[in-house]
Design a protein around this ligand. Structure first.
Ligand code: NDP
Ligand code: GDR
Length: 381
């Protein structure tokens, strides 16, 4: 009988952790995950995978832990002796990292060292492979376009600087101790379960709320920023592929296309039959209704009687500007395409459609709650 492989996922309660756990379970792995203790349940994204701890032979097991606690991480790794560790845990919000820079250095930077050092101290260098969730934010103030594995880094936030330490300590432990440790330099990837304060999800949630008459306006920061956006489902597959390659290497995973935040907003509103135009008021930029797409409205059966042409739906609020911004990211995934067979199921339009369909459904629940007299929250983060 072939022995089941054992994987440990840090950050299992996050967007990527959830999709990766699903993917590995389908491949027959025993999946262990580290979750943080919080005062409320924080496992929404993985509740569909949960198994009663009283049953025998579980293949999905959660451990309490934290990336800032070396002893905890070492104990878990000693106990389960994983074949593969996927280090996805991080304080992953770039803007928030300016508010909590020391915590981010500890979690996102030193946290990676803690895992690598545990593998080494436990003598698991030949057994345990490690995937490090590196990021296109490393390129920051970009030195060349498109960005590939050889483009120099210039991080522009405490988050990116912490991830830069994690990148190099991963390379160093590979070279010094022969650990199969790899960086996946992943460009932005989104999905219906993306954190609500990242820009794509903020847009699809707000668009859904606006058309359902639950919110008036969407407030955003830098509309000019451009990102190479893919779908998280496509990207978690590559995390696994990276650890199945013949040699441990570092890989860029991207779509090779870049889109401005402003255009993502337009696509989201187009999904619900609203064509927006952006205008400069002399003070700042606003997105106003230019026209309606009657056919789409009829198909979706949405009542937009509370909206009319000329209404302002999108405003710029400088509070969302960052002290230092990453203006444009565009990845060159050709190495992974050639050597790992990287290809994508979703393009940008598919991504927008998937996120909008999901958020419209979700916000319809809020509408029922509101109609039933319950309070619904609009968090403007
Ligand atoms: P999320 O923010 O959705 O998830 C982050 C996960 O890390 C959550 O499970 C969170 O737990 C956990 N976490 C945070 N701090 C700690 C800590 N101190 N100890 C233990 N766990 C912690 O991120 P994504 O899923 O989007 O991203 C996964 C990884 O990939 C991250 O490292 C991110 O930086 C990186 N990345 C993401 C990209 C993207 O576009 N999504 C692109 C490139 C890299 P909790 O649920 O309790 O908060
Ligand atoms: P990013 O993602 O910083 O690229 O990091 P985010 O979605 O937060 O921002 C993308 C761009 O949109 C601009 N923007 C806004 N962003 C947010 N969050 N809220 C706003 O209101 C807003 N308005 C404009 C931002 O300024 C930025 O230019 C993500 C995270 O997942 C990281 O963990 C990961 O490493 C990188 O992607 C790759």
């Amino acid at each position: 009988m072939v022995e089941q492989k054992v994987a440990l996922i840090t950050g299992i309660t996050g967007q990527d952790g959830s999709y990766l756990a699903e993917f590995l379970l389908k491949k027959g792995y025993i999946v262990h995950g580290i979750k943080r203790r919080s005062s409320l349940f924080n496992t929404d994204r993985i509740d569909h995978l949960y198994q009663d701890p009283h049953i025998e032979n579980r293949n999905f097991i959660l451990h309490y832990g934290d990336m800032t606690d070396s002893m905890n991480l070492t104990k878990i790794i000693q106990e389960i002796k994983p074949d593969e560790i996927y280090n996805l845990a991080a304080m992953s919000h770039v803007a928030v990292s300016f508010e909590t820079p020391e915590y981010v250095a500890n979690t996102d930077g030193i946290g990676t060292l803690r895992l690598l050092e545990s593998v080494r101290l436990l003598g698991l260098e030949k057994k345990t492979k490690l995937y490090q969730a590196s990021t296109s934010e490393l390129y920051g103030k970009v030195q060349e376009t498109p960005q590939s594995e050889t483009t120099p880094f210039y991080p522009r936030s405490p988050y990116a600087v912490a991830k830069m330490y994690a990148y190099w300590i991963t390379v160093n432990y590979r070279e010094a101790y022969d650990i199969f440790a790899c960086n996946g330099i992943l460009f932005n990837h989104e999905s219906p379960i993306r954190g609500e304060t990242f820009v794509t999800r903020k847009i699809t949630r707000a668009t859904s709320k606006i058309v359902l008459n639950l919110q008036d306006k969407l407030y955003l920061g830098n509309l000019d920023a451009k990102r190479d956006w893919g779908h998280a489902k496509d990207y978690v597959k590559m995390m696994w592929m990276i650890l199945q390659a013949d040699e441990p290497e570092d890989w860029v995973i991207a779509t090779g296309q870049t889109t401005a935040v402003r255009d993502f907003v337009k696509f989201a509103f187009e999904y619900v039959g609203i064509n927006l135009k952006f205008e400069n008021t002399g003070i700042d930029e606003v997105g106003i209704i230019d026209s309606f797409d009657k056919e789409k409205l009829e198909n979706l059966k949405i009542d937009l009687s509370h909206l009319k042409i000329g209404d302002t739906l999108v405003c710029v609020d400088p509070k969302y500007f960052r002290p230092t911004e990453v203006d444009i990211l565009l990845g060159d995934p050709s190495k992974a395409e050639k050597k790992l067979g990287w290809n994508r199921e979703y393009n940008l339009q598919d991504l927008v459609n998937d996120m909008m369909a999901s958020d419209l459904k979700l916000m319809t629940k809020d509408q029922y709650l509101k109609d039933g007299g319950y309070q619904i929250m609009n968090y403007f983060e």
